[in-house]
Ligand binder design. Structure first.
Ligand SMILES: Cc1cc2nc3c(=O)[nH]c(=O)nc-3n(C[C@H](O)[C@H](O)[C@H](O)COP(=O)(O)O)c2cc1C
Ligand SMILES: CCCCCCC(=O)C(=O)O
Length: 349
């Protein structure tokens, strides 16, 4: 039995080939932001309330009309078949069982339709998109997500170019192993082949306007850190914000995501999610206290998947659920609405 997300990381490290472990664990440049994401949580300390008499806690919340059993969702991560042969299908089953949202990456190694089938009716599935320069391709991808039953569209906006990943460069990891493809990009070339995903340096608010006009799904912008951008996003018709620095994989030395969430949440009145460095239930409570509606986890899901397949993802999710529930009990919170700003203090360390 494993007792923490960290232990799943250690087991994943033992099981994965070096290039795959490094692709998952690594970040951009000097990985300053990868470390900062976790360290920022350690700098935040809880100031619990006592004697509030909550024998039972309820972790449920609602995200854009979707009820979830805990304020922890699966952030979009590419290439799950690097971690387990069943890839995103295994992840989908675990997310459905846990009763929370899986945000499928556009760079998944199983198509969005097959992910939806694996998760079944219980899965709350959202689709993450990188807007492509050919807006027709973007439209096709969104239609495929809608047809698969996705209930929200997460548009990643922190990636005008691809981050400089020194571990991947050193390992020579630039292509998926034979037999693995970005399945959502199939049938999108002139000869019906698998199209490469592009990063679009010229991405602008005009692109967001076009995507907003293209779908009735709620749109969540992922990778917003500045409160002024959050405000502009809402003016452009976006339904929610995902405060994220892409797990430190894009621009290095960016602020820790948890350090940006309070200002973003204060600037807008739409739901705000945050990811980056969440490893414990106490991190979940800190994020809620600072104004997040829910947190996302990226690497922990892949570590669970690499360590023990579907069961490993389930174990990671249930560990975080139990830790969050325990932190609620210690802090005197009966539900997500009880997690108040005054539960958190920042210390120097
Ligand atoms: C291996 C890996 C692949 C990722 N792929 C994507 C992706 O395809 N799209 C995206 O928007 N973010 C992607 N991310 C970023 C995650 O959605 C998330 O922001 C980040 O992992 C959160 O940090 P954490 O790993 O510390 O939880 C990826 C992250 C990792 C680690
Ligand atoms: C060009 C392929 C796109 C894969 C994107 C994966 C990703 O976002 C990551 O952080 O890695």
């Amino acid at each position: 039995m494993l007792f923490s997300v960290r232990e799943f990381e250690a087991l994943a490290r033992d099981r994965l080939p070096r290039y795959a472990y490094d692709f998952i664990a690594g970040g951009a440049d000097d990985e300053v932001t990868v470390r900062a994401n976790e360290r920022a949580f350690a700098r935040l300390r809880l100031l619990p309330r006592v004697l509030r008499g909550h024998a039972q806690r309820d972790l449920c919340t609602t995200l854009f009309g979707n009820e979830v059993t805990m304020p922890v969702v699966l952030s979009p991560t590419a290439f799950h078949r690097l971690a387990d042969p069943q890839g995103e299908q295994a992840t989908a089953r675990a997310a459905a069982k846990a009763g929370t949202v899986m945000i499928a990456s556009m760079a998944s190694t199983v198509s969005i339709g097959d992910i939806a089938k694996a998760g079944g009716a219980d899965l709350v599935l959202w689709f993450q998109a990188y807007i492509q320069s050919d807006i027709g391709i973007t439209r096709t991808l969104i239609r495929r997500a809608e047809d698969a039953g996705c209930r929200a569209l997460v548009v990643t906006v922190d990636s005008p170019v691809f981050g400089w990943r020194e571990r991947d460069n050193r390992n020579g990891f630039h292509d998926l192993p034979p037999g693995m493809h970005c399945e959502n990009m199939r049938d999108l070339t002139a000869d019906g082949g698998v199209r490469d995903i592009e990063m679009v340096p010229g991405l602008s608010w005009d692109h967001i306007d076009r995507v907003v006009a293209m779908t009735d799904l709620p749109i969540v912008l992922k990778g917003v850190l500045h409160p002024a951008d959050a405000l502009t996003a809402v003016e452009h018709g976006v339904s929610g914000l995902f405060v994220s620095n892409h797990g430190g994989r894009q621009l290095d030395t960016v602020v820790a995501a948890i350090d940006a969430v309070a200002d973003v949440a204060a600037a807008v009145d739409v739901p705000v999610l945050v990811d980056g460095g969440v490893r414990r239930g106490t991190d979940v409570v800190k994020a809620l206290a600072l104004g997040a509606r829910a947190v996302g986890i990226g690497r922990p899901v892949l570590w669970g998947l690499a360590a023990r397949g579907e069961e490993g993802v389930t174990e990671v999710l249930e560990l975080l659920r139990a830790e969050t529930d325990r932190a609620f009990a210690f802090c005197g919170c009966a539900s997500v609405d009880h997690v108040a700003r005054d539960l958190v203090r920042e210390v120097r360390c």
